[in-house]
Design a protein around this ligand. Structure first.
Ligand SMILES: Cc1ncc(COP(=O)(O)O)c(C=O)c1O
Length: 414
């Protein structure tokens, strides 16, 4: 046992995840989380009781659907410390980042700062913006100046060297999906403010796992996905600081988000509404609202602490197995530097083979490969890793089963 204090009834929680009845050990939440029954009920409830489009017409069903959809927006906003009209529903994190990268005006000499740890979804949109605006914008990648290559530790001095008066926007993940490391967003936002630069945070791996407050972090944009935080696929959210909404050109225009239209011109509605043209994923948004309720009932501080406890056990266990190489930070209870996403390799074994063995022998579901972070894998000099990612439904005995199997595979030789 460890000294991390947690107040979470895992056995009760697990009963809400019907898929676990099949006996699998699910450790691939960083790719997508499982979905609990209350969220599934909320989605079906929409189709069963008040299936209608939103923000269109006046009949009774659209009134209920619109009220539920907007209530979901309120819940999502509150969950990250934003105001409802600062939340744009998107399909996912990728769409949110693309909205900003393609909708923000850039000028000759502008610089975009990203980090070594970025997921392709926070890299390709900026590379495309560079293509669009010509070679006149720079993309600077922050890499660790010091420290051990395998830990990929980025500290604030690495960002100090990159963020300057030419910086238009800094776009960084809050938590690395490949290594589980938490980036120093508060300190980065101070640097951004001092240099009049904007800050976009990719919250895909932080919002599901940590208490997050956009105002406290001081970011201008935050994108995240519902499917990594117990909601269905196809729904995500983008926080845009209110004052910046007029500066972003929406990705789509069409039905729904329009104030007036003629054959000559149109005027979009203000705030979030102008960004949501076309029929949105109504049931998905309502499902995301239900997922937020579910997480709030447990408490994000509890989610975080529970993951810390399991992460410590997993990392300490892996460190003891000969032939296992870990990437990212070691676990340190006081450092607040990582979540329960743990990447490793076994000497002489291909990560895909390890993942298949874990699945075939014990129903352990983990991700293998480059995790949509090819530049990071190149930096580490590897093709990929095995990644076990933990969440509120995982147990100590599941971690022990994984360790047992990894020990057997590592001992089986090259
Ligand atoms: C850090 C990070 N950013 C962006 C994404 C992309 O998320 P989505 O596929 O939901 O758009 C992911 C998904 O793995 C991620 O982990």
């Amino acid at each position: 046992m460890t000294d991390i204090d947690i107040d979470i009834d895992t056995e009760r929680i697990r009963q809400d995840f019907t898929i676990l009845e099949s006996g699998i050990i699910y450790m691939d939440t960083a790719a997508t989380s499982l979905t609990p029954e209350p969220v599934l009920d909320a989605v079906l409830d929409y189709y069963r009781r008040y299936n209608a489009n939103v923000g269109r017409g006046v009949h009774r069903l659209t009134r209920i659907a619109t009220a539920e959809y907007e209530e979901a927006r309120n819940k999502v906003a509150k969950f990250i410390g934003a105001r409802a009209h600062e939340i744009v529903f998107t399909r996912n994190t990728t769409e949110g980042i693309n909205m900003v990268a393609s909708g923000l005006s850039m000028h000759k000499g502008d610089k975009v700062v990203i980090s070594l740890l970025e997921h392709h979804s926070n890299l390709l949109p900026w590379l495309r913006a560079k293509r669009k605006f010509g070679m006149d914008i720079d993309i600077e990648v922050v890499k660790p100046a010091n420290g051990d290559r395998k830990s990929c530790e980025l500290d604030i001095s690495d960002f100090e060297a990159a963020i300057d008066a030419d910086t238009r926007i800094v776009a960084v993940s809050h938590v690395s999906n490949a290594l589980g490391s938490i980036l120093p967003i508060r300190a980065i936002s101070k640097l951004c403010h001092a240099n009049d630069a904007l800050l976009l945070v990719d919250g895909a791996q932080s919002v599901p796992h940590l208490p997050v407050d956009v105002k406290e972090l001081g970011c201008d944009f935050m994108a995240f996905s519902g499917h990594k935080m117990l909601a269905p696929t196809g729904i995500g959210a983008l926080y845009i600081r209110e004052e910046l909404m007029p500066e972003i050109e929406p990705l789509n225009v069409g039905g729904g988000g329009v104030e007036t239209a003629s054959f000559v011109d149109y005027k979009l509605k203000g705030a979030n509404e102008g960004f949501e043209s076309g029929t949105p994923d109504i049931s998905g948004a309502i499902g995301l609202g239900a997922a937020v309720d579910y997480l709030n009932a447990i408490g994000m501080e509890n989610v975080k602490r529970k993951e810390e406890k399991l992460t410590k056990e997993l990392i300490e266990g892996l460190q003891e197995i000969p032939g296992v190489e870990l990437y990212g930070y070691d676990y340190d209870a006081s450092s607040n530097k990582r979540i329960g996403t743990v990447s490793f390799n076994i000497d002489g074994k291909n990560p895909d083979d390890v993942a298949l063995m874990l699945d075939n022998k014990a129903g352990i579901i983990v991700r293998s490969g480059h995790h949509c972070c090819m530049p990071l894998m190149n930096y580490l000099g590897i093709e990929g890793t095995v990644r076990a990612s933990l969440y509120l439904y995982n147990t100590e005995s599941e971690v022990n089963r994984l360790l047992e199997l990894v020990r057997t595979i590592a001992a089986s030789g090259r």
